[in-house]
Design a binder for this molecule. Structure first.
Ligand SMILES: Nc1ncnc2c1ncn2[C@@H]1O[C@H](COP(=O)(O)OP(=O)(O)OP(=O)(O)O)[C@@H](O)[C@H]1O
Length: 260
């Protein structure tokens, strides 16, 4: 089966990992995995249960420290001590549990943990929240992303599942300087809502931000991804494209029925 092996591009990958190894006791979660996210692409990461997808993403976002291997951002080695290090370097992640604050409004959720404050004469301790500025920026960002929501002052608990997911995805897009990672962004959504979130992810790519999409949903993957990174037994079994491979081909590589 022909496989699209990564090309050597003139530009270094936005995010790259080489030979990552991670053991949990006797379990080898990552067994020398390589990874490459290129500028402007949506890269799907797929694999069977236990193939190592979460472990890979956690290593790439500083949530776990690999036992060995290298991670490079724009071609430069990085060493994440925790998720904040990755965030500060421009990597935003949308986790399955979303981490939204239901009682707060949309604008407050977009700036959750990164609230803007007004310049104050009494020092930063007394600087008040810049609610107006945050609302205006939230309105602007949502309009740019063409994601339709009720008023930016609506509490997130009044939104549908798809709209909540939209807020979490938009937040990542708003702050990610280098790339956004989305873990199962359409799990638990209905067909129409899934369509809206997929459209949002496409818009984010069009604005130039590369996206890593972890998904079990093959039709979604085939609709969105430029390339598909297939995990199997803690390794990258292959990287293919929806143009050259069918869903059946991908499943065959995932399960080991076909060699990559
Ligand atoms: N914290 C942990 N402690 C022990 N074993 C772990 C831990 N995290 C993951 N593993 C094991 O490492 C292997 C890879 O798991 P990982 O969660 O990365 O796979 P996955 O592809 O994300 O699976 P799923 O699709 O089921 O979430 C599995 O065998 C899993 O049981």
């Amino acid at each position: 089966m022909p496989v699209d092996t990564p090309m050597t591009a003139a530009q270094p990958p936005v995010l790259e990992a080489r030979n990552l190894i991670k053991h949990y006791g006797h379990v080898t979660a990552l067994d020398g995995v390589d990874f490459e996210l290129r500028a402007g692409e949506i890269l799907a990461v797929v694999g069977d249960n236990g193939a190592g997808k979460s472990s890979l993403i956690k290593a790439l976002t500083g949530a776990v420290r690999p036992d060995s291997g290298e991670i490079l951002l724009d071609g430069k080695p990085v060493h994440f001590k925790g998720p904040l290090d990755a965030r500060h370097l421009g990597i935003e992640t949308v986790y399955q549990d979303l981490a939204v604050a239901p009682a707060l409004d949309i604008a407050s959720n977009l700036f959750l943990g990164r609230e803007r404050r007004r310049a104050g004469i009494m020092g930063s301790l007394f600087r008040r929240l810049d609610k107006k500025g945050m609302r205006e920026e939230a309105e602007r960002s949502m309009a740019e992303l063409k994601f339709r929501l009720p008023s930016i002052t609506s509490a997130v608990e009044t939104l549908s599942g798809g709209q909540r997911q939209g807020v979490a995805v938009a937040r990542a897009a708003l702050f990610a300087k280098k790339l956004a990672i989305m873990d199962e962004p359409t799990a638990a959504l209905g067909v129409r809502e899934t369509g809206q979130v997929l459209e949002l992810i496409r818009t984010i790519r069009e604005r130039g931000l590369p996206v890593v999409l972890i998904s079990h949903n093959m039709p979604n993957v085939f609709e969105l991804a430029d390339r598909i990174h297939i995990m199997r037994l803690g390794r990258r079994a292959a990287v293919v494209t929806p143009k050259t491979h069918s869903m059946a081909d991908v499943v065959a590589i995932m399960t080991g029925a076909a060699q990559a």
